[in-house]
Design a protein around this ligand. Structure first.
Ligand code: DAH
Length: 345
């Protein structure tokens, strides 16, 4: 009797080791058979009383091994089935298939507006000149004919580098005019896009950092009419063929005469809306004939050459084009805002 029951347990052990059920149903069957509440191992424990005393311990261990073997086998079967299922899933994925509904990134409106402005001027022969954002006082102010007591030089308006009265974050890209003219003789025809800094309180209308595009054309016989025509071309390319421009007399230290440029409001067709504040006109930039003192400061003969210059804020153009009413949106990188420009070139 004793050996019989031992044989039975050993045989069951063999069955468990050799079992190879396939598929979820067969594996579940295995589990019910060996590990379920009515499993076939359990009744063997009551056979212990029929086993002679000296072999009771051995028998008990054998049964525990049997239980353990069933548990281990079941875990192995389960894992194998799971990894086979995920292999089958993976095999179904076609790695060469095109992405459907993939998320497209968006260019920042500052970048698209910058590109648009640069592109317009490049088409009429302007080269792009980029230069440093950390500038010295001479290129930013002195060369640009800005007197020592001019309010723009004030610490309240300009970020000076720590412990320096010489080095600053450029307040406009007009500084690039000086850089280019010092190193080149006319004809000069450049635009200078880039970031500028001012010590401004941040609000919906103003920021302490923004972008400008400066323009400069110096050659023999450059006239105010050339300036006007160039800006007219720009305005039509930028804001549409029906756009008109208007120049209002103004003052900048580096140009004489100077003007501010308005375009007819392209949102309301100059009929009056809140973008143009019901005037039909929107200011887009400053401009003028390069002051002869600026030419001389930079080593260009002002008897022989004349030039015009202009400067505009990129944010301002972007805000107008997209009817954005708060400049801070352009610097906060909120994807809910930026996502609206997806697909823009
Ligand atoms: N530098 C001026 C500013 O930051 C913009 C400007 C006005 C540039 C007139 C010019 C110009 O070249 O002629 O506000």
């Amino acid at each position: 009797m004793a050996t019989e029951i031992f044989d039975k347990v050993n045989q069951m052990m063999q069955e468990i080791e050799q079992a190879n059920p396939e598929g979820a149903a067969a594996i579940e069957q295995f589990r019910i058979q060996y590990l379920g509440t009515k499993n076939i191992i359990k009744p063997l424990f009551s056979e212990i009383r029929n086993v002679p005393n000296e072999r009771k311990k051995e028998f008990g261990q054998l049964l525990n091994n049997l239980k353990q073997a069933a548990e281990t086998k079941f875990q192995q079967l389960k894992q194998a089935a799971e990894s086979q299922a995920s292999d089958e899933e993976a095999a179904k994925i076609d790695l060469s298939a095109p992405v459907i509904g993939g998320h497209l990134g968006a260019r920042h409106p500052i970048a698209t507006t910058h590109n648009r402005i640069v592109d317009i001027f490049q088409r009429i022969g302007y080269a792009v000149a980029e230069d440093r954002e950390i500038e010295d006082d001479w290129h930013n102010f002195t060369a640009m004919n800005t007197p020592a007591d001019h309010p723009a030089r004030d610490m309240q308006d300009t970020f000076y580098l720590l412990n320096s009265t010489e080095m600053l974050l450029r307040t406009h890209t007009s500084s690039v005019q000086a850089r280019v003219m010092k190193n080149n003789q006319p004809p000069i025809r450049i635009i200078a896009p880039g970031r500028v800094y001012r010590n401004e309180t941040i609000s919906a209308r103003a920021h302490c950092q923004f972008h400008q595009v400066e323009g400069l054309y110096v050659d023999e016989n450059v006239s105010f009419a050339d300036l006007k025509q160039t800006l007219y071309f720009f305005a039509q390319e930028m804001y549409g063929p029906q756009t008109k421009i208007r120049l209002r007399p103004s003052y900048f230290p580096f140009t004489e005469p100077s003007a501010e440029v308005d375009v007819s409001c392209f949102i309301c067709d100059a009929k009056g809306c809140n973008v143009c504040k019901y005037t039909g006109w929107v200011e887009i930039m400053g401009c003028g004939m390069v002051d002869p003192a600026v030419l001389e400061n930079c080593g260009i003969d002002s008897e022989k050459y004349t030039g015009f210059a202009f400067g505009m804020g990129i944010e301002r153009q972007a805000m107008m084009l997209h009817q954005i009413n708060d400049i801070r949106l352009l610097f906060e990188n909120d994807v809910r805002f930026l996502g609206q420009f997806s697909g823009a070139l």
